[in-house]
Design a protein around this ligand. Structure first.
Ligand SMILES: C[S@@+](CC[C@H](N)C(=O)[O-])C[C@H]1O[C@@H](n2cnc3c(N)ncnc32)[C@H](O)[C@@H]1O
Length: 247
């Protein structure tokens, strides 16, 4: 599809990269995201990936066994879930604020959807995810960057730290410092690997990172950073002093 002023990722376009522009999207994010998935077919969304190669490359480096608990936050309707099922993973958890996105993905997967645990939940106000058992992988592509202020980012990272097991992995792919300033009509907060390391803290070790230029269905490009971290350090409280231990 040829990019035009009307449908391009140009943030001044009426309809922006990720399909809708909304003047007051923060008012109800659930409605905002449901509308995004209602207004366009999945393969026209500004974050659609035919084959999520960079995520799969990083997941391969974790050497998970098939029983590993793989949590995908802000999963949308990504083809990553189809690919993980093909690889035989048995404990995939898919979560999103948008029930519409999850329904799209379930419908596409048909019978195979029964092999996935589905959780509709808001990362900013979690009622369900915060109760699940800890996970071996936290995977996020294009979600964290929507959390713009310190309070939102703290909520995101505290949920992550609550859920990721010792020796577990974190994959975060977000707009890098050369990335767009808006997506889906929402302002985004951009990162480099150092900023993500600081947010995760010393318990998490950066194993790999790379910049990646994503081509949207419109043909426009978006600059991402992909990062892989492992939780390698445990904090032990002892006589009110905190010691850290490397495995
Ligand atoms: C740009 S899309 C990326 C979707 C998917 N990760 C992918 O790569 O195709 C962002 C996703 O994050 C979800 N999302 C946004 N805010 C959220 C929140 N507060 N809690 C949970 N999911 C959220 C949206 O519904 C949407 O599916």
């Amino acid at each position: 599809m040829k990019s035009t002023k009307e449908n391009s990722c140009d943030i001044s376009a009426k309809i922006s990269c990720c399909s809708i522009e909304d003047d007051s999207p923060k008012k109800d994010l659930k409605v905002h995201w449901d509308r995004a998935y209602e207004k366009a077919t999945v393969d026209k969304l500004g974050w659609y990936e035919d084959f999520p190669k960079p995520s799969l490359q990083l997941i391969e480096k974790c050497y998970f066994d098939s029983n590993a608990r793989l949590l995908n936050v802000g999963v949308g309707a990504t083809n990553l879930i189809d690919e993980l099922l093909k690889k035989g993973y048995k404990n995939i958890i898919a979560s999103d604020i948008s029930k519409k996105a999850i329904d799209e993905l379930k419908t596409r997967l048909e019978e195979k959807s029964k092999k996935v645990e589905w959780i509709v939940d808001d990362l900013m106000n979690s009622n369900e995810l915060n109760k699940i058992e800890s996970v071996d992988l936290w995977h996020d592509r294009a979600v964290l960057h929507f959390f713009n202020n310190q309070e939102e980012q703290d909520k995101y990272f505290s949920l992550l730290k609550k859920l990721v097991k010792q020796n577990g992995f974190v994959i975060i792919a977000v707009f890098n410092l050369n990335g767009a300033e808006k997506c889906s009509g929402l302002p985004v907060f951009r990162y480099n690997e150092k900023m993500l390391s600081e947010k995760l803290g010393s318990e998490f070790s950066l194993m790999e990172n790379f910049n990646f230029t994503y081509t949207m269905p419109s043909g426009d490009k978006r600059e991402y950073i992909y990062t892989l971290f492992q939780r390698v350090k445990v904090m032990i409280k002892e006589q009110s002093r905190v010691h850290s231990i490397f495995f």
